[in-house]
Design a protein around this ligand. Structure first.
Ligand code: NAD
Length: 417
């Protein structure tokens, strides 16, 4: 199986093949490699007194539309190819939603579950120090991603500001996804999930009271499940890295959807959603969850989970890609032939970066917006981005992913000129 960066380049080249050669050649030159790759070593004194060196990356892919923007991932599987792919997808995503940002991504090779809180803070601060020279409110603005959250952003922005000399207040804008006390925005934590709901609603593709399976129950998976369920959809299956559960068909849980607060509580106290025990609920494997007879499948974990090997067995009618890069290009072809609609990551999950943009604006202007204002602006942005992607896909007679890529490429090309 190809790696995520090969997949991202394959998606790019499909979109480039649909636009005039004069444009596509220039865009290919511009977007086939990142503008800058930074590799850092982060020494951390562990609780036992020994030192451990962690490897980290920041990939600044494109700055054509503005300062680089993209999250930071802490995961054992992090590698440079993955971060390059995620940075290219950020470039496309920011252009799809019309934000004045280029694309970037960062990551550290670490299993954060094995670190104590003190070690995690040292690592976060060490990473921020290591990349401090290449980031800033007008250069590159990181945010949370897998296994990083508002607390991690708080440590990083604090460390970054400590080393700065001027206007410490505005410098808060160097990171987004912070907690409110550190200068974060209302609504940022749930923004990716809420954005997913708005995109689904505006795509006019959702059947009535559909059943939903969600892979991944972290920030994005949990919040997406919550907003879908609050809006009449039935979330009947959920997984995390340790297992999956599904409501038995026809049972009370199937008819009303799983009790998400209870599932979240069980995950918090017992470490996994699979510890949910009820006669109406079965344990299954995370792979099996993808193939359930439901209406909407929501991948919200990692890359490359829908592949040529399982695409023929997917029964959902719609895939709402809340994770980045969950579907490989080969799987995309199979799904398209089978009439399954894929609402692509570069559209579906752009709610997070959109509210990150609002947070950045608030920090630079010294403002703090109310939650209703943030959510209403988010809704407008998501509706417009969805409308633009649908129109582009229609115009070029392509699937939604290629439509989203073409829309971005047109915006990047216009900015270049
Ligand atoms: P997170 O760390 O909060 O949660 C990740 C979840 O995925 C966890 O529940 C974990 O147990 C689960 N998981 C890991 N491997 C799994 C597997 N093999 N099967 C099932 N579940 C598995 O991370 P997050 O912020 O929710 O990010 C999830 C995805 O959404 C990533 O692809 C990320 O890039 C993307 N994303 C995040 C944001 C954001 O604002 N946080 C924005 C846009 C896109």
């Amino acid at each position: 199986m190809n790696g995520p960066f090969d997949n991202a380049l394959a998606q790019l080249s499909i979109a480039l093949s649909k636009i005039p050669k004069a444009k596509s050649e220039k865009l290919l030159q511009l977007l086939s490699r990142p503008e800058r790759v930074v590799t850092v070593s982060i020494p951390v004194k562990m609780d036992g007194g020994n030192w451990q060196i962690f490897e980290g990356y920041r990939v600044q892919y494109s700055s054509t539309l503005g300062p680089y923007k993209g999250g930071i991932r802490f995961h054992l599987q992090v590698n440079l190819e993955e971060i390059k792919a995620l940075a290219l997808w950020m470039t496309i995503k920011n252009a799809v939603v019309g934000l004045p940002f280029g694309g970037a991504k960062g990551g550290v090779v670490v299993d954060p579950k094995k670190l104590s809180k003190v070690e995690l803070e040292k690592l976060s601060r060490g990473y921020a120090r290591a990349i401090a020279d290449v980031i800033g409110p007008y250069k590159d603005i990181p945010a949370p991603d897998v296994n990083t959250d508002a607390e991690v952003m708080g440590w990083m922005v604090d460390e970054y500001i400590k080393h700065a000399v001027k206007d410490k207040n505005t410098l808060k804008a160097a990171f987004t996804g912070k907690s409110i006390k550190d200068g974060g925005s209302e609504g940022r934590e749930q923004a990716t999930g809420l954005g997913g709901l708005y995109v689904l609603q505006s795509s006019n593709r959702s059947p009535l009271t559909p059943t939903v399976a969600v892979q991944g129950f972290g920030n994005v998976g949990y919040n997406t499940a919550r907003f879908l369920s609050e809006n009449g959809l039935r979330v009947v299956a959920i997984s995390d890295s340790r297992g999956a559960i599904v409501a038995k068909q026809g049972s009370g849980h199937w008819l009303s959807g799983l009790d998400l607060d209870l599932v979240a509580k069980i995950k918090e106290t017992k470490g996994s959603v699979s510890a949910f025990a009820h006669e109406d609920v079965e344990k299954i494997s995370s792979e099996k969850l993808l193939e359930l007879p439901i209406d909407i499948l929501v991948p919200a974990a990692l890359e490359n989970v829908i592949t040529k090997d399982n695409a023929r067995r997917i029964q959902a009618k719609i895939i709402l890609e809340m994770a980045n890069g969950p579907t490989t290009p080969e799987a995309d072809k199979i799904l398209r032939r089978r009439g399954i609609t894929v609402i692509p990551d570069v559209l579906a999950n752009c709610g997070g970066v959109t509210v990150s943009y609002f947070e950045w604006l608030q920090n630079l202007r010294g403002e703090h917006w109310k939650l209703e204002e943030v959510n209403s602006k988010l809704k407008t942005k998501m509706q417009q981005a969805t409308k633009d992607v649908l129109a582009t896909a229609k115009k070029y007679k392509t699937d939604l992913r290629t439509g989203a890529f073409i829309l971005s490429l047109e915006r990047i090309y216009y900015a270049l000129k």
